[in-house]
Write a protein that binds this ligand. Structure first.
Ligand code: SF4
Ligand code: SF4
Length: 433
């Protein structure tokens, strides 16, 4: 095999022809690895393949479809676009595949969406509507930009200048202000001054996730420049989707490493874990709850730092220089567990599918906008696991997870409580900041 120039650039789907053509249809991307499989009941990790029960919807189907598109053997159709977009880009397939083969499945799925947009076929009409809102109103929810700081109540006092900048995100700014308020109060309780961006805009998660790469890049550059101008050393987020955007996808689309951003990207769970361990925060209140923690995909298996790579692929697919694969192993799994289990009264229980094998909540990356039924189904599927382990409450560390789970509980008139990590921590420290 003659050597070929390749890179991880998702704007060139040709970079992933090898990955698409080497899928052996073993379905390691769909089944939870047998070593961790708790039984037959929760044995799949791919929401799309589990919901639609047809091979085209699994990563193996998408790899074959992608290859046929690149080779001109297949035309776009409504069903084909549904296959490309009724997928939460949750990365479960990617870590599953890399248990056996070093194929870049997640990047291929992203590259196929970029291609669909460039071919004038994608994204879905609902995505275009949300994209218009991001571009015109700087949020994905159609809300008025002037209300973005409406979450700030009397006791919350951001500093004009601080080392830590809290990037709130669209969901916590508008639909879940309780998360933004709790985060600000936890920061105050730990004695950490924080500032906000003078004019915060959406992170652009949906733009990137649906393949609108040019619009996403423009927004990424604007946002990164805005943070650099503030001189902040640390960008703190309380949203998992935002965490992945800032830490992984901004560097990816700007062609730099995470380390080259010029500031660190930290999720609240990491900060609180550190503060608890060094005694800067203490839990004063008991919370008597049997609690299940849901790993948000973008805080866990999708959150490893980004390092650009370009080189050659030669005989037997060997790449040169060596490429350190992102396998999801170094995601943020333990900090939220350590924090939650140290709250007096909390009994933290694990669901059958956890950590790298966690089942996506179904909300993210454009799924709920275009396929609300699928998003609701994924949340309900996850809730059966919560019931299975007898938890009284479900906690995640992302407003999108909270929103999707809470809606599923309400729809079924369930009694399960759904919390964000920030709310439980604030209750446990017992301070109002
Ligand atoms: S695990 Fe990888 S090689 Fe196996 S079917 Fe899935 S995508 Fe293909
Ligand atoms: S990203 Fe998630 S939903 Fe999409 S194919 Fe992979 S495992 Fe399935």
């Amino acid at each position: 095999m003659p050597k070929k120039e390749v890179s991880l650039d998702v704007t060139r789907v040709e970079n992933f022809v090898f990955d698409m053509s080497r899928c052996v249809k073993c379905k390691g991307c769909t089944w939870v690895d047998h070593v961790y499989m708790p039984g037959v009941k929760y044995s799949t990790r791919c929401p799309s393949a589990t919901r639609y029960l047809f091979d085209s919807y699994g990563a193996y189907g998408k790899m074959r479809i992608g290859l046929a598109l690149v080779e001109g053997r297949l035309e776009y159709s409504d069903e084909l676009l549904k296959i490309l977009y009724a997928c939460t880009l949750c990365g479960a397939c990617d870590v599953g595949c890399k248990r056996n083969l070093d194929l870049e499945i997640e990047l291929t799925l992203e590259a196929l969406r970029v291609k669909a947009v460039r071919d004038g076929k994608g994204p879905m009409p609902e995505h275009r509507k949300a994209a218009r809102s991001i571009i015109e109103k700087h949020n994905s929810l159609g809300a008025a930009h002037k209300n973005r700081k409406g979450w700030i109540t009397d006791g919350i006092k951001p500093s004009p200048k601080a080392d830590v900048l809290y990037f709130v995100g669209c969901s916590a700014s508008y639909t879940h202000p309780e998360i933004a308020r709790a985060t600000a109060k936890i920061l105050a309780a730990s004695g950490t001054p924080f500032m906000l961006l003078p004019d915060e805009w959406c992170c652009g998660n949906m733009l990137y996730s649906v393949g609108m790469i040019d619009e996403a890049r423009e927004l990424a550059q604007r946002n990164v420049d805005a943070i650099r101008q503030t001189g902040a050393k640390t960008l703190l987020v309380s949203c998992a989707e935002g965490y992945r955007m800032w830490k992984v996808d901004y560097p990816k689309i700007l062609g730099i490493s995470t380390a080259d951003l010029g500031f660190g990207v930290v999720h609240l769970v990491e900060y609180v874990d550190e503060w608890i361990k060094k005694g800067a925060l203490k839990f004063a209140n008991r919370i008597d709850l049997r609690l299940a923690y849901h790993d948000p995909c973008s805080l866990s298996r999708l959150s490893e730092p980004w390092v650009p790579w370009a080189g050659t692929r030669g005989q037997w697919g060997v790449v040169d220089p060596p490429l350190e694969r992102r396998r999801g192993t170094h995601g943020v799994y333990q900090p939220p567990r350590d924090v939650l289990s140290s709250i007096p009264g909390v009994e933290l229980v694990e669901m059958p599918r956890m950590r790298e094998n966690a089942f996506c909540c179904g909300a993210g990356r454009g799924t709920r906008e275009a396929f609300p039924d699928f998003a609701a189904w994924a949340a309900e599927e996850r809730l059966t696991e919560v019931g299975e382990v007898g938890a009284e409450a479900l906690v995640s560390a992302c407003p999108w997870c909270k929103d999707n789970f809470a809606q599923a509980v309400n729809k079924n008139q369930g009694s399960l409580k759904v919390f964000d990590f920030s709310e439980l921590v604030l209750s446990a420290i017992g301070r109002e900041g």
